[in-house]
Design a binder for this molecule. Structure first.
Ligand code: 6PG
Length: 244
């Protein structure tokens, strides 16, 4: 079957509406995945935007709609810090969601390890979990992504090499402008997903969004290069990001 990316854009009035729309999209893809093969593989990003979504999914109105025992949580990227460090993407999800619901299957990137060692360990975990042969990439049911004002996504930054790596599932990155080490899924993994959902909010993202959503332009930004080869690409933005 020829490859095709199904693209949709949703604009919500407020960040709270964005979280609600994203929650319903996650639940929809969870239902589809479980009907298809009995489990839902979900990869989480960090940053501040997903927190509203995590907290909403933990509320009684939403938590009852997800069979948490069938959800396998992974991470898109992680800061190279301890799991209890305020900057840890795992910690944010753990405190806002994972420890609030009956989630039992979550597989964090071990930010406390040497970056290269942690990246290799996570790659090995993905190869095992997805039963991959050499050269194969995992196909997540859903990947939640954000976008920085510089157009980065995951921990794939415009001026760093990671965005161009094609023969790895997970890499460590020294982000020079942040003076910090990160671990991140690579672009081929993101583009092998059944669905990538970008959540982008706030007027400070308007300029980069105008560039990222221009499908006719050369995809220069890392976020622009996320296009699931056989899957869905969903942008969920709020009115502040749309109008600047
Ligand atoms: C991270 C994220 C990163 C994030 C963007 C947007 O580890 O920081 O994975 O890619 O999605 O930086 O962050 P905000 O949601 O805070 O704007």
């Amino acid at each position: 079957m020829p490859s095709s990316t199904q693209l949709s854009l949703h604009v919500t009035e407020t960040p709270e509406d964005l979280a609600a729309l994203a929650a319903n999209l996650v639940i929809y893809h969870c239902e589809q995945a479980i009907a298809r093969n009995g489990r839902f593989t979900l990869a989480l990003s960090g940053g501040t935007t997903p927190t509203n979504l995590f907290r909403l999914l933990a509320t009684p109105q939403y938590r009852s709609r997800i069979p948490w025992e069938k959800v396998l949580f992974y991470w898109v990227d992680e800061r190279c810090v301890d799991p209890d460090h305020p900057d840890s993407n795992y910690r944010v999800a753990r405190d806002a969601l994972l420890h609030q619901v009956e989630a039992t299957k979550f597989y964090r990137m071990k930010g406390e390890l040497d970056p290269a060692e942690a990246a290799q360990a996570y790659e090995n975990l993905l190869r095992q979990h997805f039963d991959l042969a050499p050269g194969e990439f995992p196909r997540f049911d859903c990947v939640l992504l954000g976008m920085g004002a510089d157009g980065h996504t995951a921990s794939l930054f415009p001026e760093e090499e990671g965005i161009n790596i094609r023969d790895r599932l997970v890499v460590d990155q020294r982000i020079r402008k942040l003076k910090s080490d990160r671990i991140t899924l690579t672009l081929p993994v993101l583009n092998n997903a059944r669905c990538c959902i970008f959540m982008v909010q706030g007027s400070e993202k308007h300029a980069v969004l105008a560039q990222a959503l221009n499908l006719l332009a050369t995809p220069d930004l890392p976020a622009q290069r996320v296009r699931p080869v056989n899957g869905e690409l969903i942008w969920v933005i709020d009115e502040a990001a749309r109008k600047g």
